[in-house]
Ligand binder design. Structure first.
Ligand SMILES: [Zn+2]
Length: 343
């Protein structure tokens, strides 16, 4: 697995890194850390950075982690004998009890290097109830010389008993400008990162891993389809079925962006009215957007994004959403009747 080099600076992580550095230097590093970082901003990377900071064998007068010594390279490759990683197995979305039990047993063994043993659990908020209970036992009676690093985007999903036993390490969210300038420094020039982040959200590390052209195409196709929905010319059942099979997360983000833009335009015109002419996207269509229905669609897409990782029927969620949008633009007959009445 390729990971960003340990020496790549990310300004929004600097504070968390400095706090780990201070704790290590003053010998105040707890036995469990909880990295609280939104998805795609580098929480996982920070966990590896912490492990590498612990194991790095660069001379003491050099910055650690150096990213170049054998220990740093092993940590980043996931091959360090004293650093274990627990993550959902490929076919599963959950971290299961057997994985945590194995980890806890492993932590009780003496380290190979005679120093600390480090265990990374990511995303920790994907531990199921049983796994979390198993981990709690280890947190209650920690083995000396061990460091647990949990990474969670939503720590509130973890039992309070786990959270209270961890030293909290919050990571602030990067700003849009920060993300853009960081991305510009990481990749070849000529990419419209603003457009990529508009779909992905403020997830600079995720942005590096996607094909910007594919994102742009998805954004365009989504916008065209939603305009068709407003016109009443889209088959919600067929479209929802197709969209639910591929790139669902990106699709939902693109839909949310599109609706949010329409709501902004409405607010930009002073809001107030309950309808808005849709001429800019539906020339000569005489369609007006029903603002209430538009807000309902916005609620719908946000709900769908919340439920994205649950077993709920995705096609049905999308279908309901597309029907709401069809309703938002479904005033053609009424509008035409009114316009005729005005003549
Ligand atoms: Zn090193």
């Amino acid at each position: 697995m390729t990971r960003l080099a340990l020496t790549v600076p990310m300004p929004w992580l600097a504070e968390a890194q400095a706090s780990v550095e201070r704790a290590i230097r003053s010998d105040h590093l707890g036995h469990a850390l909880l990295v609280h970082a939104a998805a795609g901003v580098g929480g996982d990377w920070l966990a590896f950075w912490i492990a590498a900071r612990v194991f790095c064998s660069a001379p003491a007068d050099q910055p650690r982690p150096c990213g170049a010594c054998i220990d740093c390279r092993r940590v980043m490759a996931g091959e360090h004998p004293d650093c274990s990683l627990v993550a959902p197995e490929e076919t599963s979305k959950e971290i299961k009890i057997d994985q945590v039990r194995e980890l806890c047993q492993d932590l009780r063994l003496t380290s190979h290097g005679g120093r600390l043993k480090v265990a990374l659990v990511m995303p920790a908020d994907r531990m199921n109830r049983f796994a979390a209970n198993a981990l709690l036992k280890t947190l209650e009676e920690p083995t000396p010389g061990t460091l647990l690093v949990l990474v969670a985007a939503q720590p509130s999903r973890l039992p309070a008993t786990i959270r209270s036993r961890c030293q909290s390490l919050p990571v602030r969210a990067p700003s849009l400008e920060e993300s853009l300038s960081w991305l510009a420094g990481q990749a070849a020039p000529g990419v419209d990162w603003r457009a990529v982040l508009a779909v992905l959200g403020l997830r600079p590390l995720d942005a590096l891993g996607v094909d910007p052209a594919r994102i742009a195409a998805l954004q365009r196709e989504t916008a065209e389809a939603l305009v068709q929905a407003l016109r009443g010319g889209l088959d919600p059942v067929h479209t929802a079925d197709r969209w639910s099979r591929e790139d669902l997360g990106l699709r939902l983000a693109a839909i949310e962006n599109w609706i949010t833009d329409r709501v902004r335009e409405w607010a930009g015109r002073g809001g107030g009215s309950t309808e808005m002419r849709a001429d800019p996207y539906l020339p000569e269509s005489h369609v007006t957007l029903n603002i209430r229905a538009l807000f309902e669609a916005l609620d719908g897409v946000r709900e769908a994004r919340r439920l994205e990782d649950t077993p709920v029927n995705k096609a049905l969620l999308l279908e309901r959403l597309l029907w709401r949008l069809t309703a938002a633009g479904g005033n053609r007959a009424r509008t035409q009747a009114r316009e005729q009445g005005n003549r």
